[in-house]
Design a protein. Structure first.
Lengths: 111, 112
């Protein structure tokens, strides 16, 4: 069965420090991977997706098929990055698009 | 430009009540989903629908049912609410898998 693992429930860093939120997945096919973010009192929103290879708000994520990972990185964290982050997976080419979510990592950026 | 609307932000219901959570999207999306979000458990899929009058069970369908009579509306029904259904409920829609989801703002349900 497909699974998404985010090993850290909480990650705390200081402003300006690099940040890496870990995501590992288990799926033998060709997955499509996403990062979603939920800021305080806001709706869950798409941060970035593997297929588009774009950088949003300074975040990037690289798919490593050998390590089955899709870690989210930012070189210099900002206080406004504090939020809940979810990694998610769907089956590539799946028209129904069921997303499987990890349990989330809460990022806290301290001043 | 709200695209996925959940009718209630907060609801308080009594144990045993029948509860309806409504979700409407204006993007003409085929796929709609209901998740519950709990601390430490992430998002868990309750039901989803990929077409009008079609529904599929997700990972935790017990105690819930859904209705999709029109493309834009997907309702979640708690047949007899229980305290363990106290949670944040999120509705989402998508066009295809690769497009990702658009989420509603959520309904925080408390069952007392």
């Amino acid at each position: 069965a497909q699974r998404v693992t985010q090993p850290e429930k909480l990650l705390s860093v200081f402003k300006g420090a690099p940040v890496e939120l870990k995501c590992n997945y288990s799926y033998s096919g060709s997955p499509e991977l996403f990062w979603y973010v939920q800021y305080s009192r806001q709706r869950l929103q798409l941060l970035l997706r593997h297929i588009s290879r774009e950088s949003i708000k300074g975040f990037t994520a690289d798919l490593n098929k050998g390590e089955t990972s899709f870690h989210l990185k930012k070189p210099f964290a900002q206080e406004e990055d504090s939020a809940m982050y979810y990694c998610a997976l769907t089956l590539y080419g799946g028209s129904q698009g069921n997303l499987i979510f990890g349990k989330g990592t809460k990022l806290s950026v301290k001043p | 430009d709200v695209k996925v609307t959940q009718s209630s932000r907060y609801l308080v219901k009594r144990t045993g009540e029948k509860v309806f959570l409504e979700c409407v999207q204006d993007m003409d999306h085929e796929n709609m989903f209901w998740y519950r979000q709990d601390p430490g458990l992430g998002l868990r899929l309750i039901y989803f629908s990929y077409d009008v009058k079609m529904k599929e069970k997700g990972d935790i369908p017990e105690g819930y049912s859904v209705s999709r009579e029109k493309k834009e509306r997907f309702s979640l029904i708690l047949e007899s609410a229980s305290t363990n259904q106290t949670s944040m409920y999120l509705c989402a829609s998508s066009l295809t898998g690769e497009d990702g989801y658009t989420f509603g703002s959520g309904t925080r349900l408390t069952v007392v």
